[in-house]
Design a protein around this ligand. Structure first.
Ligand code: PMT
Length: 222
């Protein structure tokens, strides 16, 4: 039955934003609340899985019987994800990982007086966490990404699926006011090599249950 579709499986979910330090008091980040990832972790647990939730800084409480690992920046999330992925069957990347970080994080608070009226921040690329996991040749879990897009949602998501060698990607249009970042609801398109399927706007908790059933069915046939 769908209620135990992940019995005995190990699932890792990344969730929330990352924070990339500029100095001890400032950071670059995004609007991810963690709601989508936490809902997926809870749904996977309810479906019988053993779940590890790797979370950036969010203000949500941990779902029942889920192991939570808190991280702050992308490199910490990568390290935790690599470790957890060694033992898992399914890896779901719902986190909004910052693609870039400041090239240097100042040890002390940056002072306004030291800057000109115009200033710029040098950035360097962060590791791509999910691409690293999907590129594995051994101990490679069934790997599911998310794609947050504001235009050409399906097309951009499809190219991410291929570029990152994912088994499935869940695309959401984060420009709509009623879904995406921080909302309690979301609407998504699930894309894999066989095709795509749209799931209409609903609560993230109910969407998570539908997604877990779809993922469980696909992961089984891998
Ligand atoms: O947290 P909520 O407020 O509930 O919002 C949910 C959400 C909108 C954040 C979620 O549904 C979502 O879309 N998450 C992915 C956001 C994102 O950063 O997408 P992306 O298109 O930049 O990344 C594509 C995939 O690569 C994602 O699985 C992401 O986790 C992963 N990635 C990205 C960059 C990076 N350096 N490492 C990664 O692993």
């Amino acid at each position: 039955t769908s209620s135990d579709c992940l019995n005995g499986k190990k699932v890792v979910v990344t969730s929330g934003p990352t924070r990339e330090a500029l100095d001890p008091v400032r950071y670059l980040s995004n609007h991810s609340s963690g709601k989508m990832g936490f809902a997926l972790a809870a749904a996977a647990r309810r479906a019988g899985a053993q779940v590890t939730l790797i979370s950036g800084p969010v203000s949500l409480s941990t779902p029942a019987q889920v192991k939570r690992i808190d991280v702050v920046d992308a490199r910490e999330m990568r390290d935790a994800a690599e470790r957890a992925a060694d033992l898992c069957d399914i890896f779901i990347g719902a986190a909004a990982v910052a693609d870039f970080r400041p090239a240097t994080a100042a040890g002390q608070k940056l002072k306004k007086q030291d800057c000109h009226d115009e200033s710029s921040i040098a950035l360097v690329k962060n590791p791509d966490i999910i691409a690293g996991i999907a590129a594995r040749t051994t101990r490679r879990p069934f790997t599911v990404g998310f794609a947050a897009e504001t235009q050409r949602v399906t097309q951009y998501a499809q190219s991410k699926l291929q570029r990152k060698n994912l088994d499935m990607i869940i695309a959401n249009d984060v420009s709509r006011a009623d879904g995406g970042f921080d909302s309690d609801q979301n609407a998504v398109t699930v894309i894999d090599r066989d095709g795509c399927q749209s799931l209409p706007l609903t609560l993230k908790t109910s969407l998570a249950k539908q997604l877990i059933e779809i993922i469980a069915a696909k992961a089984q046939h891998q």
